[in-house]
Write a protein that binds this ligand. Structure first.
Ligand code: PLP
Length: 362
C-alpha cells in the first residue's frame, strides 16, 4: 500500500536519540534549547518556544496574547479543529470566516464581514502548505488593531513573497505530529519576535515558574522532551530537502494526472510546501469521492479526506449553536476534497503508478 503520509527518518534521528538516552537527560534541557534556537534561525524570528503539540502551541499563544472570555477570534471554517478549539480553551468565541474555493485558505473579504467590537485576533491557517494572503490579513489586523496568529501546523518552510511563514504574525504556531512536514512524533513550537510574549510562553509551558519552585502565574506542564528535540533537530536539518521532494512530487502529479480532477491551485508569490496534495472531485469526475477512494484503496493507494466537515458543522460546534451553512465554500469543499500521497518517501515508480491508476478512471 502506498500510504497517504509517511515520516522519513534515518540514522541521524537514531544517533541523536541514542545520544540523549546515553546522557540520561531525558526531560527538557539542552537539546530543547538548541532546537528552539535552530528553529528561530530557520524561520527568521527572534524567539521560538517548544511545547507538547500544535494544539498546545495555539493554546499558549492565545493565552500569551491574553485572549479571554468575552473576546472573539476569527478563524477559517475549513481547517483542523484545533485552530478553533484553541479559542474555546480561553472561554472566548471562535467566529468562522469562509475560505477561497481555489486555494482553500481564509478569505480576507469574509474576515472583514465577521469583525465585531469583540474581535481581538485573527488566526490565519497556511492550509495544506499554501500560505494564506498574509498582506491582506496583516492590513486588516492593522486597520482594526487585532493580533495576527499564524497557524503554521501544515506549512514548515512555506514562504510568502520570499519570507518564511511563522515570521509575520505576533505568533506563529507549528505542529510536529508524525505526518507533518517535519516531526518529533508529537510536539509543537511557537515563534515570535516579541520578548514579552516569549517570556509569557516560557512561563505558561512550565508551571508559571520564574525561578526554581517560585510560581508567579498559572502554568501547565506543556514541555517538550530532549528525546523529541533530538528528533526535531535532525528533521529540521532535512526540511528544505523534504519540501523540495514534496514540491517535485506535486509537480509530477500536476503533469501526470490527466483525469478530470481539479488539481491544487497555487498563488504566484508563495512557496507552497504541499503538506497535502488536495484535489477536488466534482460532477465532472466519473466516480463519487467514496467510490474513488475505494478504487484507489483496492489498487494499493492510500488517500484521505481533509476535512469531511467544515468546523462549524462538527457536533461540538453544533452543540454550541453555530448556524449551519454559514460558510458555503468551506461546506462545499468538505464534500469534494481528497488528499493523494505527496510525501517525500514516494518513489518515481509510486508517482507513475498513482497517475496510471487515476488516469484509468477518466
Ligand atoms: C491546521 C492545524 N492546526 C493545528 C493542529 C494541531 O496540531 P497537533 O496535532 O500537533 O496538536 C493541526 C494538526 O493536525 C493542524 O493541521
Amino acid at each position: 500500500m502506498i500510504p497517504v503520509s509517511k515520516p522519513l527518518l534515518d540514522e541521524t534521528e537514531i544517533e541523536n536519540v541514542i545520544e540523549v538516552l546515553k546522557s540520561g537527560m531525558l526531560a527538557s534541557g539542552e537539546w530543547v534549547n538548541n532546537f528552539e534556537n535552530a528553529f528561530a534561525d530557520y524561520t527568521g524570528t527572534k524567539y521560538a518556544v517548544t511545547t507538547a503539540s500544535g494544539t498546545t502551541a495555539l493554546d499558549i499563544a492565545l493565552k500569551a496574547l491574553d485572549i479571554k472570555s468575552g473576546d472573539e477570534v476569527i478563524v477559517p471554517d475549513f481547517t483542523f479543529i484545533s485552530t478553533a478549539n484553541a479559542v474555546l480553551f480561553q472561554n472566548a468565541r471562535p467566529v468562522f470566516a469562509d475560505v477561497d474555493e481555489e486555494t482553500f485558505i481564509i478569505d480576507p473579504g469574509d474576515v472583514i464581514e465577521k469583525i465585531s467590537s469583540r474581535t481581538k485576533a485573527i488566526i490565519g491557517v497556511h492550509l495544506f502548505g499554501h500560505p494564506f494572503d498574509v498582506k491582506a490579513i496583516q492590513e486588516i489586523c492593522e486597520d482594526y488593531n487585532l493580533f495576527l496568529v499564524e497557524d503554521c501546523a501544515q506549512a514548515h518552510g512555506a514562504e510568502y513573497k520570499g519570507q518564511k511563514v511563522g515570521s509575520f504574525g505576533t505568533v506563529g504556531c507549528f505542529s510536529f505530529y508524525a505526518t507533518k512536514n517535519i516531526t518529533t512524533g508529537e510536539g509543537g513550537m511557537v515563534t515570535t519576535n516579541d520578548k514579552e510574549v516569549e517570556e509569557k510562553l516560557s512561563l505558561i509551558i512550565n508551571h508559571g515558574q520564574s525561578q526554581k519552585y517560585l510560581h508567579t502565574s498559572l502554568g501547565y506542564n506543556y514541555r517538550m522532551t530532549n528525546i523529541q528535540a533530538a528528533i526535531g533537530i535532525a528533521q529540521l536539518s532535512k526540511l528544505e530537502y523534504f519540501n523540495e521532494r514534496r514540491i517535485n512530487n506535486a509537480e509530477y502529479l500536476n503533469k501526470g494526472l490527466n483525469a478530470s480532477l481539479k488539481m491544487p491551485y497555487k498563488e504566484k508569490d508563495v512557496k507552497h510546501v504541499y503538506h497535502q496534495y488536495v484535489v477536488k472531485i466534482d460532477e465532472d469526475f466519473p466516480m463519487n469521492r467514496d467510490e474513488f477512494m475505494g478504487y484507489l484503496s483496492d489498487n494499493g493507494i492510500g488517500s484521505a479526506v481533509h476535512y469531511s466537515l467544515p468546523v462549524h458543522r462538527q457536533p461540538l460546534y453544533q452543540e454550541l449553536d453555530y448556524e449551519v451553512g454559514q460558510c458555503p465554500n468551506a461546506t462545499r469543499l468538505s464534500e469534494i476534497v481528497l488528499s493523494l500521497p505527496v510525501h517525500p518517501a514516494l518513489t518515481e515508480d509510486d508517482l507513475r503508478y498513482i497517475c496510471e491508476v487515476t488516469n484509468k478512471v477518466s
